[in-house]
Write a protein that binds this ligand. Structure first.
Ligand code: NAD
Length: 436
């Protein structure tokens, strides 16, 4: 099948590459000329484990190509995926300008029946809006389908190639057939392709992300309570997560969720509720708690250093909003670094993949280290924001010798309290006893 994917970010590039891998001919369209030039030069514009192999293979086999021209990209395509940004607008609702702009451009250049697929996360009613924008200038028949994406950055290729389920919102039999054909190779183990109406599909994505954000936030609230009552959130997590009705995933306490999806999607769902005059109280609480949680360690640093961070050097391990990605959108590390700088501290950072992106925000206000111990050496404290595997079993000897004070603030609860005590570290984590 010939496919076009408009928007070649984390979702678009994975979608395009994976559908090329299942034998389709895919053209990826992006407005960013530098990005397209890079991809034409066989360079990956993002870091996503495992994607480069498929990316190169499919370019070499002539099944994956790139262009900045929408008209050229959609030529002959049976399906056009829209994998465009839907960032929060000024009022917090999803900004549809990228999607609607492309929909408008598509109208006059469609020359045969095509299925236009919303892969972006979009509010209820967007498929209708996209349809109207295209129809205003179209001379051929077309369908608009909602097909929200559930991949996770860091494991996106696996998630895409072996999805738990595929959700497709359409009432058109023709579109349903095309979507079934496209996804058949990815659901051979019997994972369902769930067909529903467009609005339900649109809402499914927000419901899923908001539920997951709520699950994390609930556990963070339990962690905060653990600190007050002297309980251990790790023990509570194990006790709770073994209940199959609850499940053991998304229960790790820490310094809050970030990323390009949860924060904006919870906010957008809350806005949709407001639009329909529904007071979705739970979402307000989730947003408030998560906001507070992100900088939860900061007052503990201040307290540890006797009221001020002035003149202190703080080492930061982990900048990405989660491991195995270079994505730093809404990452807790960014909020904390800002606070450290404002408090008069010097900041030295290390992240395996995200430092280039952070340079665009903090420039030369902070020091970028080529190694994790180069950050901790001669620093007054180590603060961990991302649970990259490489931080899980560090050389504690090197760490201890390098740090001016043996203190670790751990926003991801990576280390065992007993071990830290034996090693002689001061160790402050989330929802567990402090080791001092
Ligand atoms: P992204 O910002 O990484 O990529 C979007 C791409 O669209 C960019 O390359 C940008 O240059 C391009 N673009 C913007 N305007 C364009 C235009 N007019 N024509 C062509 N290209 C254009 O975004 P993303 O993270 O891939 O997210 C895309 C959508 O998917 C969002 O709605 C997001 O909520 C949703 N989503 C994201 C994830 C995720 O993990 N990132 C997961 C599921 C769903």
């Amino acid at each position: 099948m010939k496919i076009a994917v408009v928007g070649t970010g984390y979702v678009g590039l994975v979608t395009g590459t994976c559908f090329a891998e299942t034998g389709n001919h895919v053209t990826c369209v992006d407005i960013d000329e530098r990005k397209v030039a890079k991809m034409r030069n066989r360079e990956m514009p993002i870091f996503e484990p495992g994607l480069d192999l498929l990316f190169h293979r499919n370019i070499d086999q002539g099944r994956l190509s790139f262009t900045t021209s929408l008209a050229e990209g959609i030529e002959g395509a049976k399906v056009i995926f829209l994998a465009l940004p839907t960032p929060p607008g000024e009022d917090g609702s999803a900004d549809l300008k990228y999607i609607l702009q492309v929909a408008e451009e598509l109208g006059p250049i469609l020359n045969q029946y095509v299925v236009v697929v919303d892969k972006s996360t979009v509010p209820v009613g967007t498929a209708e809006k996209v349809r109207a924008r295209i129809a205003a200038n179209a001379t051929v028949d077309f369908d608009v389908v909602s097909n929200p994406e559930f991949l996770r950055e860091g494991v996106a290729v696996d998630d895409f190639m072996k999805p738990d389920r595929v959700v497709v919102g359409t009432t058109s039999k023709d579109a349903q057939k095309v979507m079934e054909q496209l996804y058949a190779p990815l659901v051979r183990q019997g994972n369902p392709v769930i067909f529903m109406d467009e609005k339900s599909a649109e809402l499914t994505k927000y419901a899923a992300n908001s539920f997951l954000a709520t699950k994390i936030t609930f556990m963070n609230e339990i962690a905060n309570l653990c600190e007050l009552v002297g309980a251990d959130v790790d023990a509570v997590r194990r006790g709770v997560g073994t209940d199959t009705r609850i499940g053991n995933r998304f229960l790790f306490a820490g310094i809050g969720y970030g990323g390009s999806c949860f924060p904006k999607d919870v906010q957008a769902l809350e806005k949709t509720s407001k639009e329909y005059e529904y007071d979705f109280k739970l979402l307000d609480a989730v947003m408030e708690v998560n906001h507070r949680q992100k900088t939860k360690l900061f007052p503990k640093l201040i307290e540890y250093f006797g009221g001020s961070l002035k003149g202190k050097t703080i080492a930061v391990w982990g900048l990405a909003f989660k491991p195995n990605t270079d994505d730093i959108r809404e990452a807790p590390a960014l909020y904390n670094i800002k606070d450290f700088l404002e408090a008069g501290a010097r900041v030295k950072v290390y992240d395996p993949e995200a430092m280039e992106n952070v340079k665009e925000i903090f420039g030369d206000q902070i020091t970028y280290c080529s190694h994790q111990y180069a950050a901790s050496d001669e620093s007054d404290a180590l603060v961990i924001f991302t649970e990259w595997p490489v931080f899980r079993t560090p050389d504690f000897d090197v760490l201890q010798k390098g740090l001016n004070n043996p203190i670790i603030f751990d926003g991801r609860n990576l280390y065992d309290l007993e071990v830290m005590k034996e090693l002689g570290f001061d160790y402050i984590s989330v929802g567990r006893a402090e080791v001092r």
